[in-house]
Design a protein around this ligand. Structure first.
Ligand SMILES: [Zn+2]
Length: 472
């Protein structure tokens, strides 16, 4: 294996977020009952004419710009002909010779810039649902706008492929082009992989991989395939050019078809759509709308805020979280404290909400108060979490929650001393154990003080007083 180099190329299909399909006015809604979002155009009835949805162009341009591609301004579509039960027209309208974007790159977290070969627009096919001895077809997805983003064979390990996919997904979400939900099929990925002797100019024989439904699946399939191919090569045999399917239950790839079954798609220009030219004004305005990309944001955060890279990675991984973070910072500038509360208790509570972040109502200002009160000792950990839980989906004023729930932390010595004395006299065994050197016992006693004060005691102060009282 050591003298072999891994060469991987990835083909990502992503559904772009539009209300209607690419060549007709049917809805793209995912949840609709089967075969309700269909019309003669997307079902390929004879005599119908497709009409191009301009929104797809601006979103596809946005992706091409964010991926640093050269833009081909002349747009024309071609027909890719093949027969399959989920494709009522028996051809797919796609871009072939002249993709919208070409020769760009995607920078991944390691700093490597993976070359993007092409970005093109096309329509999706329908969906087959296989039952025991029959299959059903749902044409709702037929004609949904897709972007195909193809990398050069420029990726050199399964892990790098995984990083590329994560970076691509985050970028597409950031620029608002796709929700990239793999479960809904709005992001799909095929891979090709080959091995060659290190330093060799010619690529090895490549195998295409399909049917990988998660990024982990892509990485696992590539790892399996690299091992399989290196065994073949080390035996002195040749890898067979073929398409293989990832079996995620058996964790292996199996042959789907060999090169001899390869399609000839008979591409030719789509006669029902006019050629047109994208204006420079549109390209310029789309470029301006791209905004800050995830990696740029990460670098800015690393420069401006004193928080760890792994914490920044969490903030960046959700566009709304990084935005919320910066809104809170305007009210309370201690980035570290804000970050701890966001990626800790806040995310934990948000994940427990049915609708996730969309159910969150708390304002940045109110959230900043919780962090501030905790940092200043007005609230203890338990109290702050409780205030957060109460204000998270209501945005009730933090001061009134604290007052109503009587959550102000008790740090006052006099007041805590009473509780400490009580705990010491009612737990002689734990006190004795602490005196004999069992450090853990002090935490038990602190716990008792917390319990008796209904969680309001400042645990640090309580521990100090306990230690001093017991030593006397
Ligand atoms: Zn339609």
């Amino acid at each position: 294996m050591n003298d072999l180099e891994i060469v991987i190329g990835l083909e990502v299909h992503t559904q772009v977020k539009t209300e209607s399909k690419i060549f007709c006015a049917c809805s793209t809604k995912f949840e609709s009952p089967p075969n309700t979002n269909i019309c003669p155009v997307c079902c390929g009835y004879p005599g119908v004419l497709p009409v191009f949805n301009e929104k797809v162009l601006s979103l596809a341009l946005k992706v091409s710009c964010a991926l640093n591609c050269n833009i081909n301004k002349d747009i024309y579509f071609e027909r890719k002909s093949y027969f399959y039960p989920d494709l009522p027209k028996n051809y797919q309208i796609s871009q072939y010779k002249m993709p919208l974007g070409e020769k760009g790159y995607l920078e991944i977290s390691t700093g490597r810039k993976i070359i993007i070969n092409r970005v093109h627009m096309e329509e999706d096919a329908g969906k087959l649902i296989h039952k025991d001895n029959y299959s059903l077809v749902d044409f709702n997805r037929t004609g949904t706008p897709l972007l195909e983003i193809v990398s050069d064979p420029d990726i050199h390990s399964p892990q790098e492929a995984y990083d590329y996919l994560n970076s691509m997904k985050l970028l597409l979400i950031y620029i608002g082009v796709s929700d990239c939900d793999m479960e809904k099929g709005s992001l799909r990925c095929d891979a090709n992989v080959s091995l060659r002797k290190k330093g060799a100019a010619k690529l090895g024989i490549r195998v295409e991989l399909k049917n990988m439904n998660t990024f982990n699946g892509v990485r696992a399939a590539l790892e399996y395939e690299v091992k399989r191919q290196s065994k073949v090569i080390n035996k002195g045999e040749n890898v067979v050019q073929e398409t293989r399917l990832w079996d995620f239950q058996k964790l292996k790839t199996v042959v789907m078809r060999t090169k001899s079954d390869a399609h000839d798609y008979r591409y030719f220009p789509e006669p029902d759509l006019l050629n047109f030219c994208v204006s420079d004004e549109l390209i310029e305005s789309v470029k301006k709308s791209v905004g800050e990309l995830p990696l740029e944001k990460k670098r800015r955060f690393m420069k401006n805020y004193d928080i760890l890279e792994k914490e920044i990675n969490v903030l960046i991984s959700y566009p709304w979280l990084s935005k919320f973070f910066e809104e809170i910072i305007l009210f309370y500038p201690k980035a570290k404290d804000v970050c701890n509360w966001l990626i800790g208790p806040f995310l934990e509570q948000v994940n427990n909400l049915d609708n996730g972040f969309s159910a969150v109502k708390i304002s940045a200002e109110n959230f900043s108060k919780i962090v501030k009160f905790f940092s200043e000792g007005k609230l203890n950990n338990l109290g702050a979490k409780k205030v957060l839980a109460l204000g998270l989906t209501t945005n009730e004023d933090i001061d009134s929650i604290i007052e109503r729930e009587k959550l102000v932390q008790v740090s006052d010595h006099e007041e805590l001393l009473k509780f400490v004395e009580e705990v010491i006299s009612s737990n002689p065994k734990a006190v004795q154990e602490y005196l004999e050197g069992k450090q853990k016992s002090i935490m038990f006693l602190v716990g008792q003080v917390m319990k008796n004060t209904r969680g309001k005691a400042n645990p640090k102060v309580a521990k100090d007083i306990l230690e001093r009282r017991i030593q006397i």
